[in-house]
Design a protein around this ligand. Sequence first.
Ligand code: ANZ
Ligand code: ZN
Length: 832
Amino acid sequence: MSAQPETGQPARDSYDFAAMEAKWPSVWEDLRVFEPADDGSRERRYVLDMFPYPSGDLHMGHAEAFAMGDVVARYLRQRGFDVLHPIGWDSFGLPAENAAIKRDAHPAEWTYANIDTQAASFRRYAISVDWSRRLHTSDPEYYRWTQWLFLKFYERSLAYRRKSPVNWCPYDQTVLANEQVVNGMCERCGTAVTKKNLNQWYFKITEYADRLLEDMDQLEGHWPDRVLAMQRNWIGRSEGAHARFAIEADAGLPGREVEVFTTRPDTLYGATFFVVAADSDLAVELVAAEQAAQLDDYREQVKSLSEIERQSTERPKTGVFLGRYAVNPLNGEKLPVWAADYVLAEYGTGAIMAVPAHDQRDLDFARAFDLPVRAVLDTGEADPAESGVATTGEGTLVNSGFLDGMDKTAAIGAATAKLEDAGAGEKTVNFRLRDWLLSRQRFWGTPIPIIHCPDCGEVAVPEDQLPVTLPEGMRGEALAPQGTSPLAAAEDWVRVSCPDCGGEAQRDTDTMDTFVDSSWYFLRFASPHFADGPFDVDAVNQWMPVAQYVGGVEHAILHLLYSRFFTKVLQDMGLVQFNEPFSALLNQGQVINGGKAMSKSLGNGVDLGEQLDAYGVDAVRLTMIFASPPEDDVDWADVSPSASARFLARAWRLGQDVTSAVDVDRASGDTELRATVHRTVNEAAELINSHKFNVVVARAMELVNATRKAIDSGPGPADPAVREAAEAVAVLLSLFAPYTAEDLWAKLGREASVVTAGWPRVDEQLLVRETITAVVQVQGKVRDRLQVPADIGEAELQALALESEAVSRSLDGRQIRKVIIRAPKLVNIVPA
Ligand code: ANZ
Ligand code: ZN
């Protein structure tokens, strides 16, 4: 019970967040305020949060990310746009499968139970999503179209199978993409990754490397710089040349040609040996009989090394001479051919010309095996053969025949031209980007819709037989990793008749990387129930590209790159009319506690549900947003959800005090308060556009204070400006604190919902601030006159005065002892 006020006023309700949370969701649902009209009557905007993985209930990180995305969606709705803001689940993947093995369950049980829990929490959290568009990537209605897309890629030769050494996690017993190997360890379980030769499915993303790079220009300024940098780096474009070296016939082995990729054709005369990747087929093909056993041993050794270890400059260089010689195409010199692990099979051509004087890795190798070092660029630095440090600067070509005397750039051009004339090479561009390995030997994923027939080979599952659903009845131990896909054990499922010849054939037993599922979900949301294709082409072209995408920086590379790749392929197929899926990207920070990421081992985890119970949804949301700009981390130890709750209660109480009628003429209200309202609303729009959501909250707080003051000691509760102000507070709060905003709106006598109340129209005339002249003196002598707003604060005035050129001229470098500001506006600067 709360004490009754003794003022004789009627009893006032108290701010009861639990009651609001119980009341409003069903109202919003009935009014369908979060569903777009989708009828072309208003301009469309698509706001998307990276869809969640259903791992248990929502956590503080979700609460932050979704609060941010919701600000944008709710703002655009207030601005009158038809807003698509959907939600779904990325619901295939390993954790569900591991949980199922542990609990003798089916991955679907764990997955869908978690989805239900999260959905309920999202509802309570009041994110403004259109629930009718909800999707799950593990539903056959969804993965049917993932399979369809795979087949379209397959038709266009953008999906293919090949045997290759792949990253293998011995613990998870599955293949990993390069991206899933972090410092040589499995990203999921931390086990050291090894190599295994397997037949795997790939998407040919390398064919799109150029466009993935070029089209990033469009995203400049709309995506975080660091994300663009990470994407560029991942794609890794290098300009250089191919040069073909003849490998001489030797000891019964025929001669042949081997191509290298080099970024430094200017250093061709400095090549003193030749290296092929130890793990490449090329090494085995080239090796002379005498060295074969040694190479075998060495290859065995190399298998256990990660790419990072192989390229480390710290590790001593190792290698095996192959007993063969390569002929330099420019000067005919014979170079010994080695196999070494520092050359990677999967980069460039898997072979290099080694120029120890100007490449540190080559120099380390030369010193380890006593190979010659020949400097061909005089850079004025110490001789690398003596110093052990390769010289990489600019300089003049020496020891290089026709290139002598040229600078590096000229020599690169001349050497490349010579290679081209001789038919021994050409200018080329090389990318670090590899094709996307998409097959996984696990159960809980989209089955690859291919049938292997002993007579016809690979045969696509006919479209009318999609989806290829996962076999039923597999659970628990049956899903345990065995090195082959668990699907292989479902014999009845595997055995099918060949769609081409009708003979006995077998289904492909791999499933797709879950990144495939998430590379197109944003398209499905435009028409989530469409039955005749992955999406309704018109709907997609009306909604897409996504106007604002919101999610964590952990997806800076893969998810975004893959989604961009899918979009470009679909554009080439004529299905979408845009080349980039996400026009703008916002990376929210993390929620941490006491300076550290929340973790079980530190025991500093904060439970979202407990916070919501204690302070209410709105206070938690507001705290997340008020804490910092969205890109920064929120340290839960430094914030105060109870202060947020107090502010919300103060804002909400305005609703009880406004006494003017709903239809009162707002323009007749108190001018000062009106000016504050209109300036706040105007500024809030700019702040939201530049993602300074935290500052909008600060402005809303100031507006609440100004309104309170107007009620208590200003024009009073009946003034129309007070109504105008309180209504503006409700609309501003509707972006951050949906329950409080709706309740306040109702208290003000307005009809639900504040969600679509509309952004207050700003009266430009009220934005104009009256100005006065401020006189600036230095030591009592007038030096300048400034036009400043009449209500300028002292700090701002002082800053403006000190910026004055006339003032700084008269100060002539002297320090300032003090600045005295006197009314009305006189600034006196006293130098030291
Ligand atoms: C000769 C040379 C001389 C090179 C020199 C560099 C400096 P980026 O810039 O990363 O593209 N390289 C080529 N293929 C390789 C592979 N599979 N494994 C390891 N290294 C490889 O690097 C291109 C340079 O890396 C190439 O240019 C090649 O060495 C090496 F003073 O060729 B260079
Ligand atoms: Zn067949």
